[in-house]
Design a protein around this ligand. Structure first.
Ligand SMILES: Cc1ncc(C[n+]2csc(CCOP(=O)(O)OP(=O)(O)O)c2C)c(N)n1
Length: 596
């Protein structure tokens, strides 16, 4: 039928879903079909613009959409059926919510007349995900589909990004009606403030011009806003040292002399010290998470705070801000840089030198393992050293994640994917898959734990079948290492249910081969480099390298949960030397020993 502009364009709701995705420029959807979404899968098969990747578990679809989003800066899309298909997306939605990842999940729902009857595979996924989505929709009429999808993409990607769920009843997918692409959104009350207020920019500038010990506390919001360039410019102008949270490790290069590394529970001494001793903390896109602040009432005790965030709800949530700035991180950093350019800035060289000294003296390191055993930190640092410059690094959650944060080279924006807010084991393999689809030219290395890997490794089948050549390093220490570390330190070495016996089962090499990968096992130090090089050369299928490492390696530095950052330890019972000045100024008491 030729397109006649005067004739209404009739489509089924399902066709509208696909047409809307095409109009929105979506190039890939990760999903798995079932009864309630089958009508939409049918026209999806014919779409020329939208590729569908059939995952093995819907959680994988969700994390893949996240990985795609973080690596590309675009909205990630996943799709599932009603009931268990939709509930399998919940962990990924929650993960995306806590880490502000732009993502749209489309789920099928039972027919509108069955909603509320406990119909087969009915789940109130809107209700379930209400607290962990930025917004969600239940659509029961075909005519509402285009607007809902357009709004979903707008909401997911603007302001503070986040996941949006669109639940579409089966009858709405089946009905035929006119397709109308919305000219505008109808979102009363949703108007993110992007332009920072001039008065606040002025006040912030004044504080920066007065500060003797300023520090930039940079969070994931800067990564999500794509504001690395604006941050670099501000640092160039001001010379202010920078700490980058776990979520922002890729927004400021570690080899810059002003990079102090990661703050917080497992942060570097220089980063933690910078915040504790600063007289001005300029927080951008960071949310004063308890993993960063430690005991809140002793955090950065001498500092005035400028807190810039696109989400006004973050400002003052945990720490009172002397200057609150609501706005987009790029605009905020640009305005502040513009205001400071050409001004005479205070001499902060003594402060910078002190911190650089701290950085040198207390560079994160590790103790050598017993002879013949591999050091996990060394393995990770070698992966980093041998990785091509364009490599995207993805991690699981646990000790290996913290080592990856410290020991990989962080050079480029959108090259560091990790689950920070939720700490979701099982994130690595599917997120790496999504990143590789979004960035086919880049090398993608996942650094995973033997525990994490066992949660979502089935997505390697998806990678193998689709020629997605991710590389996964399993840091196999035989145990749920991070939990075991806490048991070691706080539970008297009573290792309750943290021994995975990964030395017996599974055989990671055989398992990975069965999943369609090339697989290697490394047990000797002299095999490490050669095996990483071989993995780097394989580009037509996924590769898994199992590194059998020392079981008792610990993550240091560490601030115990609930303790003050002043009580940071660089090894068991060892505090860094803060110098005389810090002793005079020491604030706060020992930690409360609060459990995690
Ligand atoms: C889904 C989920 N379950 C449980 C936890 C708690 N947890 C945090 S780290 C960790 C251990 C991870 O073990 P592994 O993947 O082997 O990594 P390692 O710490 O040994 O490097 C656990 C169980 C979690 N973060 N996520």
């Amino acid at each position: 039928m030729a397109d006649n502009p005067r004739q209404p364009k009739l489509m089924t709701g399902a066709q509208m879903v696909v047409a809307s995705l095409e109009k929105l420029g979506v190039d890939v959807v990760f999903g798995l079909p079932g009864g309630a979404i089958m009508p939409t899968y049918d026209p999806l098969m014919d779409s020329e613009g939208v590729r569908h990747i059939l995952v093995r578990h819907e959680q994988g679809a969700g994390h893949a959409a996240e990985g795609y989003a973080v690596a590309t800066g675009r909205v990630g899309v996943c799709m599932a059926t009603s009931g268990p298909g939709a509930t399998n997306l919940v962990t990924a939605l929650y993960d995306a919510y806590l880490d502000s990842v732009p993502m749209v999940a489309i789920t099928g729902q039972v027919g509108a007349s069955l909603i509320g009857t406990d119909g087969f595979q009915e789940a109130d996924i809107r209700g379930i995900t209400m607290p962990i989505t930025k917004h969600n929709f239940l659509i029961t009429r075909a005519a509402d589909i285009p607007l809902a999808l357009a709004e979903a993409f707008h909401i997911a990607s603007t302001g503070r990004p986040g996941p949006v769920l669109v639940d579409i009843a089966k009858n709405a997918q089946q009905e035929t009606t006119e397709f109308r692409w919305p000219k505008q959104y109808d979102l009363p009350g949703y108007k993110p403030t992007l332009r920072p207020h001039s008065r606040q920019i002025k006040e912030a500038t004044t504080l920066i011009l007065e500060a003797e010990r300023p520090v930039l506390y940079v969070g994931g919001g800067v990564a999500k806003a794509g504001a690395a360039g604006e941050l670099a410019r501000l640092v160039d102008i001001t010379g202010i040292p920078v700490v980058t949270t776990l979520m922002a490790r890729d927004v400021f290069p570690d080899d810059n002399p002003l990079a102090m590394g990661m703050p917080g529970m497992h942060g570097s001494v220089a980063a933690v010290g910078a915040l504790q001793r600063a007289d001005l903390v300029f927080a951008v896109g960071a949310r004063f998470d308890d993993r960063v602040t430690g005991r809140l009432d002793t955090f950065a005790p001498m500092a005035k705070v400028i807190h810039a965030d696109v989400d006004p709800a973050e400002i003052g949530k945990n720490r009172v801000a002397d200057v609150p700035i609501v706005g987009d991180a790029r605009l905020t950093l640009t305005r502040i840089a513009d205001a400071l350019e050409g001004k005479k800035l205070p001499d902060i060289s003594v402060w910078v030198e002190q911190l650089q000294e701290m950085r040198k003296t207390y560079a994160p390191g590790w103790e050598e393992p017993p002879a013949g055993e591999l050091s996990p930190q060394y393995v990770i640092s070698r992966i980093g050293a041998l990785a091509p410059d364009d490599t995207v690094f993805v991690t699981g959650v646990g000790q290996h994640q913290m080592w990856a944060s410290h020991f990989l080279p962080h050079r480029h924006p959108r090259s560091w994917l990790t689950s920070g807010g939720a700490g979701t084991m099982g994130y690595c393999v599917p997120a790496a898959m999504g990143a590789q689809i979004g960035r086919p030219e880049a090398t993608v290395w996942g650094i995973d734990g033997d525990g994490c890997f066992q949660m979502t490794n089935q997505e390697l089948v998806t990678c193998a079948l689709n020629g997605i050549p991710i590389k996964i390093a399993i840091i196999n220490n035989n145990v749920l290492g991070m939990v075991r570390q806490w048991q070691n330190l706080f539970f008297d070495k009573r290792y309750s249910h943290t021994d995975l016996h990964s030395d017996q089962y599974p055989d990671f090499v055989k398992l990975s081969e069965a999943l369609g990968c090339v697989a290697f096992r490394v047990t000797q130090a002299d095999e490490i480099d050669a095996t990483i090089r071989r993995a780097n050369e394989i580009n037509d299928r996924p590769v898994v390298v199992e590194f059998v490492v020392h079981k008792d390696a610990m993550v240091w530095p560490m601030v115990a949960a609930g303790a003050s950052n002043d009580d940071i330890q660089i090894a068991r019972g060892m505090a860094p030397d803060w110098g005389e000045q810090a002793e005079d100024e020491a604030v706060g008491a020992a930690g409360s020993g609060e459990e995690d």
